[in-house]
Design a protein around this ligand. Structure first.
Ligand code: P6P
Length: 283
């Protein structure tokens, strides 16, 4: 798996350069979720596809920006499901964005994720890698290399509340849950970029990120294979919790289609227990 992580480090620098230099206009295409694609989305996807084409252990790629499974090497072992530039529409207002990678073995489902990684393109380029049984490890770009900074642990209770989705489309008990945290003194930390928003909670010791089922997105917005499961792995490895609106661990999700979404909640123990109470989840 080392060759995969080294490849992610190299594409991180290429995509960061593209973010800083590329045309921010829209391409005349849509991704598989029917979202308009920025030229930068397409460019980032090409960078990643080209880079993994020469990594022998990679069998398949599944990209948020494309339909279907791309087979690179039948003799490979892993399928990488990735979102090449999550939150790309934030680039034109100069906010942080990220790339997300889920590394799976065999069928594409939560229980077959063996590692995950994400890159944050912000004031600094940062990379977090999680493998089984290890705390997520934070790396920071210094010059043209990544320096290991240290492992990440979530506290049992945090201070940050990142409530996703449009409030008018939340159900009543979700709105009550979010408001109750603010009444307790939680700070609102939500940029609309999943990667920096979840990264901030990880680095600041805890809290909760929520993207619930909403009246306009009854199955949630965030994609299981490219976004939800890779971050669920990160949060559980950091000592946190990651569940859906029924209390199921997101690591147990089995998507029926590569672009399936799920309501998702990632956070520290106290906040996830509070969510379970608000949602009437007993398990
Ligand atoms: P909303 C970006 O478009 C994205 O896919 C995630 O990065 C982010 O967490 C979410 O959508 C934001 O969605 O509905 O809160 O604007």
């Amino acid at each position: 798996m080392h060759s995969i992580f080294e490849t992610i480090k190299s594409v991180a620098f290429e995509i960061d350069h593209a973010i800083k230099t590329a045309d921010l206009g829209y391409s005349n295409s849509e991704n598989s979720s029917g979202e308009d694609q920025l030229k930068l989305d397409v460019q980032s996807d090409i960078i990643i596809e080209k880079a993994f084409a020469s990594v022998a252990v990679v069998k398949n790629l599944v990209s948020e920006e494309k339909e279907g499974v791309l087979t690179l090497n039948e003799a490979g072992k892993y399928t990488i499901c990735y979102d090449p530039l999550d939150g790309s529409s934030l680039v034109d207002v100069n906010l942080s964005v990220g790339s997300i990678f889920g590394i799976y073995e065999n069928e594409l489902q939560g229980s077959n994720l063996v590692a995950s990684a994400y890159v944050v393109y912000g004031p600094r380029i940062e990379l977090v890698i999680a493998t089984k049984g290890q705390k997520p490890m934070l790396y920071r770009a210094i010059g043209d290399t990544f320096k290991e900074i240290g492992s990440i642990t979530l506290d049992k209770k945090g201070k940050l509340n990142a409530p996703g989705g449009t409030q008018q489309n939340w159900c009543d008990y979700h709105k009550t849950f979010v408001d109750d945290l603010f009444t307790e003194g939680y700070r609102l930390r939500y940029s609309g970029g999943m990667v920096p928003d979840l990264h901030q909670i990880m680095l600041k010791g805890g809290g909760i990120f929520s993207y619930p089922a909403t009246s306009d997105k009854p199955h949630g917005k965030l994609r299981q294979l490219f976004e939800v499961i890779p971050f669920a792995f990160m949060y559980e490895q950091a000592g946190g919790y990651a569940i859906n609106d029924k209390g199921l661990r997101l690591m147990e999700l089995i998507p029926s289609h590569p672009h399936d979404t799920s309501p998702c909640f990632f956070g520290s123990k106290y906040e996830i227990n509070a969510l379970k109470t608000a949602y009437g989840i007993k398990n």
